[in-house]
Design a protein around this ligand. Structure first.
Ligand code: ADP
Length: 623
């Protein structure tokens, strides 16, 4: 087939532009990315040869070779790994399939107005792999032949809009990437990537742990191996430096920043494994996207088996990155079998416990680090309260929530309980869309008056876990907006009750389309009315969430509670006593209901009719 010119996918084009104009200050990372890809390609070939005995490939000397040419200003990275077919080249190199691309580009557009630093930060979080070559090269050639195929492909591009693909009949097995380097930056000799010393420095710094030999071809045709090739997870913890962990984290996570925490665990005996895990310091960009990749890498006796092994980590810990290397699994194990494998399940159990215990230790000893963890990843962790009942207690132990106690810092449940005054026997919470709306909601009045602390829960997941988690430390979770409140004060006395009976039953009938009952309450000190649900009811926020997902939730009628002490309520009662059939009273009942909705930050079902009711009332006061 002749040479074909193809356009990059739109997202790819935008990212390439950013690379060409190089907003990232640490350009060295391009080499790490290319070596990382080459190493993956070697892993894949070895695995393929184990799994397919008929595959005709030579795996006797799998390695990566680097070659520099100062005169031509070229740098070549070659591997004899799995290679790519023509279709794969177009699909993998010509497009970006990562979830979160669109989100990141949108953020980048904003960030670019803010400054290059933020843009670089985003790119670093996303990791652009192969495209980072365009930070240092103005033309890149890639020649590749897929294992088992008898012809190769040549890909070439300047990164400006299009690339070419052509047949390459003589291509050796594997992939060769040749960078035609940009003119030398004379200010900074360290940036000369055609200089073997520079390349050597970068490999030692960023890619030492790669288990395949990375060789440097010298002018004399000799090759020497640059990396020590030790699997980090198999080395004693004390022998591995923080820097080595960081670089390994970057290799497995595609995040260019530092990890927040490194976690090691291992088991010996009949069932041996080693694991090296990382917690990121920032929420991954795809943390809440449906098709996000998750899971750690699985190795069996140092042989790479798969990326994104979901069976090893539950969904709520999807941000955990790293490696699990198990001794006693078959190299042929498939994803389907993994899900049911008892050993895998056992590893997963321990892994979860270890991660939760690590966060607990952070909470107890490193407040700031814990605060970062929780701010970035807490929203995902809280999903575990719903999906992982076995570890619910351990998860509750590491949660923290905003509360009325301190507007700046969230509180742990332990601290909340420790502050509970005599007489308070439940953990009170409010759910809703924003802290401000919750703080100003009439539901808070009695709790504020009593000095009871209330958790202010504003994440969507909060709406759900509060319904399935009954208690913490024997204290029940209790919504300030549900059920009848009894804060141990005096009951509404019988005389008052009797005095309001007629009004309440008339209002219940009048508002029957909107509420299921109207009653007197202890909940309010300054407001006239508020709406409360029953314990199992959908909350208004949940109803909204259903609608946002395109579902019509069942209509929930709540109870309208009235504050007998409020002049408006007292006045209404008197007016109703004087003339029960006054048409104006109906308007007032509806207004009271609308006001209760507005006060909790809710939305009126028919704002126009509320406004006309209000306007009629206001007119009356003036005439
Ligand atoms: P990432 O490595 O983050 O997936 P890249 O843009 O670096 O993104 O690479 C895209 C894909 O192209 C890789 O996932 C891999 O499938 C393929 N690829 C890149 N380099 C090589 C290589 N040297 N050998 C085989 N496949 C490769």
């Amino acid at each position: 087939m002749s040479t074909e010119t193809i356009e990059f996918q739109a997202e790819a084009r935008q990212l390439l532009q950013l690379m060409i104009h190089s907003i990232y200050s640490t350009k060295d990372v391009f080499l790490r990315e290319l070596i990382s890809n080459a190493s993956d390609a070697l892993d894949k070939l070895r695995l393929a040869s184990y799994q397919d005995k008929d595959l005709d490939v030579d795996t006797s000397d799998l390695h990566i070779t680097l070659e520099t040419d100062a005169a031509e200003r070229m740098l070549t990275v070659r591997d004899n790994g799995i290679g790519m077919t023509r279709d794969e080249v177009v699909e993998l190199i010509g497009t970006i399939a990562k979830s979160g691309t669109a989100e990141m580009l949108a953020q980048l557009r904003q960030a670019r107005e803010v400054g290059a630093e933020q843009a670089a930060e985003l790119i670093g979080q996303f990791g652009v792999g192969f495209y980072s070559s365009f930070m240092v090269a103005d033309r890149v050639e890639l020649v590749t032949r897929k294992a088992g195929s008898d012809t190769g492909v040549r890909w070439e591009s300047t990164g400006e809009g299009t690339y070419t693909v052509a047949d390459a009949p003589d291509a050796p097995q594997g992939t060769t990437v040749t960078l035609h380097l940009k003119p030398e930056d004379t200010d900074d000799a360290l940036d000369d990537y055609a200089d073997p010393a520079t390349v050597r420095r970068i490999v030692t710094r960023y890619s030492d742990f790669i288990t395949w030999p990375i060789r440097m071809a010298s002018a004399e045709g000799e090759q020497d191996t640059l990396n020590s090739r030790k699997a980090l997870w198999a080395r004693p913890q004390k022998d591995v430096s923080d820097e080595e962990y960081t670089e390994f984290y970057r290799h497995v996570s595609h995040d260019w920043r530092e990890p927040l925490q490194t976690i090691r665990l291992s088991a010996e005996g009949t069932f041996e494994y080693q694991a090296l895990l990382f917690l990121p310091s920032h929420a991954p960009i795809d943390l809440f996207l449906r098709d996000a990749r998750r899971g750690v890498q699985l190795y069996v006796r140092r042989v790479f088996i798969m990326d994104d092994c979901e069976a090893l980590v539950p969904e709520y810990l999807r941000f955990v990155k790293g490696v699990v290397d198990a001794n006693d699994l078959s190299l042929n194990i498939s994803r389907e079998i993994l899900q049911r494998d008892r050993q895998i399940q056992l590893i997963r159990k321990r892994l979860v416990k270890k991660v939760l215990a690590t966060v607990k230790t952070m909470l107890e000893g490193e407040a700031e680090r814990y605060a970062t963890f929780w701010r970035e990843l807490g929203r995902a962790v809280k999903e575990g309260l719903i999906s992982d009942p076995d570890n619910r207690q351990a998860i509750l132990e590491i949660c923290s929530f905003p509360s009325t106690h301190d507007p700046e810092a969230p509180t742990t449940l332990h601290d909340y309980v420790a502050r509970m005054p005599e007489g308070q026997d439940a953990i009170y919470y409010a759910t809703g869309e924003s802290r401000a709306a919750l703080e100003n909601s009439p539901h808070m009045e009695a709790f504020r008056a009593k000095g009871y602390e209330v958790l202010l829960l504003t994440d969507p997941v909060d709406e759900v876990w509060v319904d399935v988690v009954p208690s913490f430390a024997d204290k029940a979770f209790s919504s300030v907006a549900k059920g009848e409140v009894d804060l141990g004060g005096d009951d509404v006395d019988d005389d008052t009750k009797q005095g309001f009976e007629a009004l309440l039953s008339w209002m219940t009938a009048t508002l029957s389309d909107d509420v299921k009952d109207v009653r007197l309450t202890h909940r309010l000190t300054t407001s006239a009315a508020c709406l409360v649900g029953d314990p199992g009811d959908l909350t208004p926020t949940l109803e909204k969430m259903y609608r946002a997902m395109g579902q019509e939730p069942p209509k929930v009628k709540r109870t309208l509670e009235l504050n007998a002490q409020h002049p408006l309520v007292g006045g209404l009662r008197n007016a109703h006593e004087r003339q029960p059939d006054d048409a104006g009273l109906r308007d007032l009942a509806h207004l009271l209901h609308g006001m209760a909705l507005l006060a909790e930050g809710g939305e009126l079902p028919e704002p126009a009719s509320f406004v006309s009711l209000l306007s009629r009332q206001l007119e009356r006061t003036l005439t």
